[in-house]
Design a protein around this ligand. Structure first.
Ligand SMILES: Nc1ncnc2c1ncn2[C@@H]1O[C@H](COP(=O)(O)OP(=O)(O)OP(=O)(O)O)[C@@H](O)[C@H]1O
Length: 363
């Protein structure tokens, strides 16, 4: 028995509209897997299919080698945490957490032990007799988390569980969730539209756009080697520059003319001679004094952010790019109006075909 969850060619239709279109992935046992994408991309719809709240029009969802398409939600052995906590306002904290065990007819002694253990895990033991209305949002969300894990589910599903919390609490709670998930080893599928949260919390991420998965991978991989322009733009900050392959040899080593100005050499994964989209992270640029033949520009905004300085630089063609310089690497920050040159390391940038839909560099 494999214990993993397999999503195979899964389709969700609302009328003719495919809210989820041919989703394919495997979530390994104990893995923290995140569905990430802009509003309306279909991530909640897919999560609800896993939970058993949505019908499945095509494909299969397999858990422990068994197709679960037709198994009703309450028989799927799934714990769920939602954005709006969904805890019972008239029950004490203790009774909220005990609820799922009661429904499963767990004996009194074991129930007490498990509820106390779950409350301990989310550091809420001393609140067990409180009414939920006397708790903060973060505390209520901890109760929702305790209630989901107390039943020892095989799968934990979470839909934007942190989006009602303030920024600081969100960061604290995502650490709590991550630690608890690792400690319990529960296979987890998490939904968020917040890319920073997804990068921080996940083992792997699936990025969705208009019902279609664009890329699946570990946070670092997705950040450094986005599969297409959409992912490069959605995750972190990317500067997109126009380029053109002017020469390419048999091994794929290409001369790429950037903004009709300077040439970089990049190894492409296939033969390609056309316009390209070059995608560069703000921290992958190197700023220097102006040099003839290099990309040049003028600092139009300089923002000191402690560990780094963020610049807006207006290039000679009028395009404005974002560049970060680490404070530890420089003695002073550049000022508005300073003239500079911009270079970058060829192995750190991403090259897409002219449509932005296909990456031309190896992973
Ligand atoms: N019951 C429904 N009937 C018809 N269309 C629906 C239904 N539920 C969702 N949709 C549509 O399916 C698409 C995906 O919706 P879904 O809620 O999965 O998006 P999402 O990625 O979770 O977005 P958000 O972050 O805004 O919650 C949307 O275009 C939505 O309007």
């Amino acid at each position: 028995m494999s214990h993993s969850m397999i999503i195979q060619n899964v389709v969700k239709k609302f009328g003719d509209y495919r809210a989820v279109n041919q989703a394919n992935f495997t979530v390994e046992k104990g893995e923290f897997f995140t569905l990430l994408g802009p509003s309306g991309c279909g991530k909640t719809t897919l999560l609800r299919m896993i939970a058993g709240f949505n019908s499945i029009e095509e494909g299969e969802i397999i858990f422990n080698d068994k197709v679960i398409n037709d198994i009703p939600a309450h028989k799927r052995d799934i714990g769920m945490v939602f954005q709006n906590y969904a805890i019972f306002p008239h029950l004490s904290v203790y009774k909220n957490v005990a609820y799922g065990l009661k429904a499963r007819n767990v004996a009194a002694k074991e129930m007490k032990e498990r509820v106390e253990e779950a409350l301990r895990m989310v550091q809420m033991e001393e609140y067990k007799d409180r009414q939920p209305s006397h708790l903060s949002g973060g505390q209520q969300q901890r109760i929702a988390l305790a209630r989901a894990v107390v039943i020892h589910p095989k799968i934990l599903l979470m839909d934007e569980p942190l989006s009602n919390l303030d920024a600081k609490l969100r960061v604290q709670m995502r650490i709590t969730i991550r630690k608890l998930q690792k400690q319990l080893g529960i296979t987890t599928v998490y939904v968020t539209h917040d890319q920073e949260e997804a990068l921080a919390i996940s083992d792997r991420i699936a990025i969705m756009k208009e019902g279609v998965i664009q890329q699946i991978g570990e946070s670092e991989k997705i950040y450094k080697r986005p599969a297409n322009g959409f992912v490069a733009n959605f995750i972190g900050t990317s500067n997109f520059l126009e380029g053109k392959v002017t020469k390419i040899n048999e091994e794929g080593l290409a001369d790429i003319l950037v903004l009709n100005k300077s040439t970089i050499k990049v190894k492409l994964k296939k033969q390609y001679e056309d316009k390209v989209v070059i995608s560069i992270r703000p921290e992958e640029f190197v700023i220097s004094e102006p040099v003839e033949g290099q990309l040049r520009g003028e600092v139009t905004l300089s923002t000191f952010l402690g560990d780094f300085i963020n610049y807006e630089i207006k290039l000679e063609n009028g395009q404005v790019i974002e560049v970060n310089e680490y404070t530890k690497d420089v003695n002073f920050s550049r000022k508005i109006g300073d003239k500079v040159s911009i270079t970058t390391k060829a192995d750190k940038i991403n090259i897409f075909d002219h449509t932005g839909e296909e990456s031309l560099v190896n992973e």
